[in-house]
Design a protein around this ligand. Structure first.
Ligand code: SF4
Length: 259
């Protein structure tokens, strides 16, 4: 294991107990012992790790409770440059006057992996890129843990493109105004898998409210695209004990991607 792998596993509070394993990985089993998906871990000196999933992975077949939000006029068919311009020029909600700049998103526009966060923080507002600063470093380490890298087959975006004051949670009207931009980004990217980082992203993409804990461990869908839900890196910085659960979610995401 190289120094980088060690650092990644330390980030997840998993080192020295766990080591990364080349993909494709061994099986994950649900609490009934049924093989449900591959994992990316093996325990040192042990058989393939059995991860006790909180709930057996299952397709979220429940119909989305909200109607799809219509794209804002002139942006529904926008290509990348036009969409970026729409966002840059947008003043549709009360977040715009309080932010330095809009934060559109970053990465591979043909990515198979899409990570969706909540909204820009202070560092993102200053630099114009999502997930920079400490939460961004943690996200980069989360990506590295599953052999991904920002910008390489990965796109990162937020639900709202302008920084909420004092990093508060975006309000429903702000999300409703901004969501069409994310929807158009998803339509352009056509990712193979979406990972929602935190409850705001999960709620926005699912169109219904639920606790994050109840949403983990299940393959949801957004417009037919598998959607996995895990914690926001900023939350993990405040609650490092939850990092192991996030790691479990990432393993589950890899399993879903590989299936
Ligand atoms: Fe427009 Fe979204 Fe910024 Fe609100 S948060 S002003 S909807 S870009």
């Amino acid at each position: 294991m190289n120094i980088r792998d060690e650092a990644v596993l330390r980030e997840f509070n998993l080192y020295p107990l766990w080591v990364g394993k080349d993909l494709p990985p061994p099986l994950v089993r649900d609490t009934q012992g049924t093989s449900v998906a591959p994992s990316v871990l093996t325990q040192v000196g042990a058989d393939p790790l059995t991860i006790e999933l909180k709930t057996a992975p299952s397709r979220d077949t429940e119909k989305q409770k909200t109607e799809p939000v219509l794209f804002r006029k002139n942006s529904e068919d926008a290509d990348w440059p036009a969409l970026k311009q729409h966002v840059q020029d947008c003043t549709a909600c009360k977040l715009r006057p309080g932010c330095t700049q809009t934060v559109f998103g970053v990465g591979d526009q043909k990515a198979e992996w899409l990570f969706v966060g909540e909204g820009p923080g202070a560092d993102e507002d200053e630099q114009g890129e999502p997930f920079v600063g400490q939460a961004g470093k943690l996200l980069d380490n989360m990506l590295a843990a599953i052999k991904l890298k920002r910008g390489q087959n990965v796109y990162i975006a937020n639900v709202v493109k302008c920084r909420p004051p004092n990093n508060r949670t975006p309000e429903a009207d702000e999300i409703a105004q901004c969501l069409p931009y994310l929807q158009r980004q998803i339509a352009l990217i056509k990712p193979k898998l979406i990972v929602a980082l935190g409850k705001t992203a999960a709620t926005a993409l699912l169109g219904r409210d639920a606790t994050l804990g109840s949403l983990r461990g299940t393959i949801h869908e957004y417009q037919g695209i598998p959607l996995i839900i895990t914690y926001h890196p900023a939350y993990l910085l405040r609650s490092p004990a939850e990092k192991a659960k996030a790691w479990q979610d990432l393993c589950f995401a890899v399993a879903t991607y590989s299936a």
